[in-house]
Every structure is written in C-alpha cells, then in structure tokens.
Design a protein around this ligand. Structure first.
Ligand code: PMP
Length: 361
C-alpha cells in the first residue's frame, strides 16, 4: 500500500483512493486501446462515450432535470464568474450579488466591468461571520440575476436557507456541490470548479436552465458563449480530457458510495463532531461563524494564541494530518471535509486537537 496521509486541503483536495488506483491501473492502456485516455482525440468514439457517461452520472447524482443543460468547462470557477454577466445580462443591466465572503467578492469583481453589479447585502460588516437576514437584502426589480455563494470556502460560511427571488438565482457551489441533496430547480444556474468535491482542477461543471441560454447577453466571442458550448456538448474546442476522465471516475465513486443522500448525512455528522470539539474546548479553539451558517465543508478555526499555530501544524504533520493551514485572508487553521475525506481523518484530527490542548493548554 502506498503511503497516504489525511489531507484536509481546501482544493485541489483529496481524491478517493479507489479513483486514483483505477487511474493508475488504466494509465498505460485505457479500455484495451493501448494508449492512455489522455492520448486520444476528444472526437473519438471512446472519448465521446466517456463524456456522455460523465454527464449522465452527474445528472443522476444531482437529480438534474432535463430542462437544464450540463456543461464541462475549462477556466475554473473564476471564469464562470466572468462569463455569467456576459451571457445573461445586457450591457450595463443590473445584477444583484449577495456577498457572504471572499468568493462572493470575487464574483462581484469579475462582473463589475460589464454590468451594474449591485451588492444586495454583504456580511463584510460582521467580518463575514454572519449572513445578513433576508429582510435586509436590497434586491433590484430589474436584476438580470441574483448571484450567491452556496459555500464560502475561506470564511466557512454556508447558506442554509432556501433562497427565493424574482430574478433567477445563480449559485457558486464550488466547495459544496454533491455534498448533500440540492433542489436544482431552485436555481437558474449552478457552477462549481471540480477541484474540491468532484475531481481534479482544470475543469468546472455548469448546470443551466436551458431557457436562460436564449438570453442575448453581451457581445462576446463564441468561445465565451454558454449556448455554443451547450450546442456542441462542451466540445467547442479541445476539452481537458484527462480531468474529465478523473471527474467521471469520481462521479461513479460517489454514486457507488450511496450518492448525495449518503454524503449529506455523513458530512453533517462529522462537521457537527468537529464543531462540537471546537466549541467544547473552553476557548482553546474557536470558530467565530454564526452557528446557523457554519459550513459543513470548510471549518476555519483559531487557536487561543496564534504563537501556537506553527507548532500545531508541525505536530499535525507528524501525525499525517496535512493541509490544515488557514487561508491567508483569515489566518488560523482550516479543515476542509470534502466527500473523499475518510471519516477516520476527522476523528484523527479531533483526537489530535484534544491531545494538543492537553499539552499546550
Ligand atoms: N468559488 C469558490 C467558492 C471557491 O472555493 C473557489 C476556489 N477556491 C473559486 C470560486 C475559484 O475557483 P477557481 O480557482 O477554479 O477559479
């Protein structure tokens, strides 16, 4: 058995071991073709079959209705943040943004050059520890869409309420897609970079209500048009074929593990265990996010004295617990608990935290 550590990285993140083993076994000779999947044309029948199967599996996993298109795109989640205004808003049209953390701010920044991007509400005043109450949101009557971040990967803030608005809701699900059942019909568009819950970096998934593809949007090259990608099954140009393959293997793994219902239960239970350990530490560890919006996927936490951070990370590393350093925007620690992370990793982290407190408390 190769050496594998417990990897709490926020993304690119841990991948399921069975997926890596399969990819390794198939690397020199995929499907008896005598070549790897990375060495064949995306227009070849075996690759087109792989792509269609990945789409079908994603539709099954996330219960995507038929009137939604599924796209596999390059350029990550950030590119989608830039494409959204170009594709769905007229030049200068209003678009509303609910800003609940760093990635909501990024989405707003990407949109500013081509729409009248308005902050419907922002958690900035609370240091992104809270989500402004629905009654405080200022939604524009003429907004092309309302953009939200389902899960803020850095600030550890997750929207837990169903969002209702007159404008279609466009949601960044990069760090929580497939972590629990979601009603796709509640959204006009869902997008996610794959590198957290779906697979490797270099590919993003976009789920769009087909009727929205008829919007004129803004002058743009064909490669920037979602409708063109949809019309050509995401093969307008050479797609990231190997990433698509790995993503497909991850989808099959998630389905075999019981799908989003099973992950939803598992993820809620283990996030609750970790938060309970933090809250029960008598202030040695703390998470400052309002309990109602604490993320199940990304748990930022602080030690009571920042001088202990380096020692905490060093000792964690000795126990094969890696990727725990917090993002520089907030500091401290962050444990990302994506689907492919084993339960044993969370238990090992909690055990280590208790022990570290005993020796440094
Ligand atoms: N949105 C969220 C919620 C993210 O976590 C990230 C990446 N960490 C991004 C957007 C940006 O993704 P990418 O690097 O794929 O552009």
């Amino acid at each position: 058995m190769p050496h594998r550590v417990f990897n709490f990285s926020a993304g690119p993140a841990t991948l399921p071991a069975p997926v890596l083993r399969q990819a390794q076994a198939e690397l020199l000779d995929w499907h008896g073709l005598g070549v790897s999947v990375a060495e064949i044309s995306h227009r070849s029948a075996p690759f087109i079959e792989l792509a269609a199967e990945a789409e079908a599996d994603l539709r099954t996993l996330l219960s995507v209705p038929d009137d939604y298109a599924v796209l596999f795109m390059q350029g990550g989640a950030t590119l989608q943040q830039a494409l959204i205004p170009l594709n769905f808003a007229a030049p200068g049209q209003a678009a509303d943004y609910l800003v609940t953390g760093h990635w909501g701010q990024t989405a707003l920044k990407q949109a500013r050059p081509c729409v009248d991007a308005r902050v419907a509400a922002s958690g900035a005043e609370s240091g992104f520890r809270e989500v402004p109450a629905r009654g405080e949101w200022r939604l524009s009557g003429d907004a092309a869409y309302l953009h939200v971040t389902a899960n803020e990967t850095i600030h550890g803030v997750e929207l837990r309420e169903r969002i209702e608005a007159d404008a279609p809701v466009f949601a960044d699900f990069s760090s929580s897609i497939a972590s629990e059942p979601v009603e796709v019909r509640d959204y006009g568009l869902i997008y996610a970079g794959a590198q957290k819950n779906l697979g490797p970096s270099g590919i993003a998934v976009v789920i769009i209500r087909r009727a929205l593809l008829a919007r004129a949007g803004q002058p743009r090259a064909e490669i920037l048009a979602y409708a063109s990608h949809a019309a050509r099954d995401s093969m307008l140009n050479t797609p990231p074929t190997f990433n698509w393959y790995l993503l497909g293997l991850c989808l099959k793994w998630m389905l075999a593990e019981g799908g989003v219902e099973a992950f939803g239960q598992r993820n809620a239970a283990r996030a609750a265990r970790l938060y309970a350990a933090i809250d029960g530490s008598g202030g040695f560890y703390r998470n400052e996010v309002a309990p109602a919006v604490r993320s199940r996927m990304n748990v930022p936490f602080f030690l009571h004295a920042a001088e202990l951070d380096a020692e905490f990370l060093r000792q964690a590393g000795e126990r094969q617990l890696i990727g725990l350093k917090g993002h520089k925007v907030v500091g401290g620690m962050r444990a990302s608990l994506y689907n492919a992370l084993p339960d044993a990793a969370v238990d090992a982290l909690i055990d280590f935290m208790r022990e570290f407190q005993k020796t440094h408390g």
